[in-house]
Design a protein around this ligand. Structure first.
Ligand SMILES: [Zn+2]
Length: 109
């Protein structure tokens, strides 16, 4: 008996069960083609979600950066700290998301 990921909900299930006990997907009716296309769809969804997150991260980074310079904020005010924090957070989020995307794409090929 082996443990596999359910193609529907990605939770761990036994490969011997006929239906997933998390999302009640009927595994016995799925052939390998359908399994492959389900996997492809979920991979595309995951990639799309990561792309959206990286866009948000980019906005945080650019927003924080622009805010810091455009409004001529004095250092050591909460506005300055907020803008700086936003830029730093956005930067690291962006890097982490790009790395995750890289791994997701490598898994796909
Ligand atoms: Zn499931």
């Amino acid at each position: 008996m082996a443990v596999i990921n359910c193609p529907g909900c990605k939770k761990k299930i036994s490969d011997k069960v006929k239906t997933c006990n998390h999302c009640t997907l009927d595994l016995s009716e799925l052939d390998s083609d359908q399994l492959a296309s389900l996997n492809r769809v979920s991979l595309i969804n995951k990639t799309q979600r990561l792309m959206n997150f990286s866009f948000v991260a980019m906005l945080l980074f650019c927003g924080g950066f622009l805010f810091m310079f455009r409004d001529n904020i004095q250092p050591d005010t909460w506005q300055h700290n907020l803008a700086m924090g936003s830029a730093i957070l956005g930067f690291f989020m962006y890097i982490i998301i790009r790395v995750m995307l890289l791994f997701t794409k490598r898994k796909a090929s």
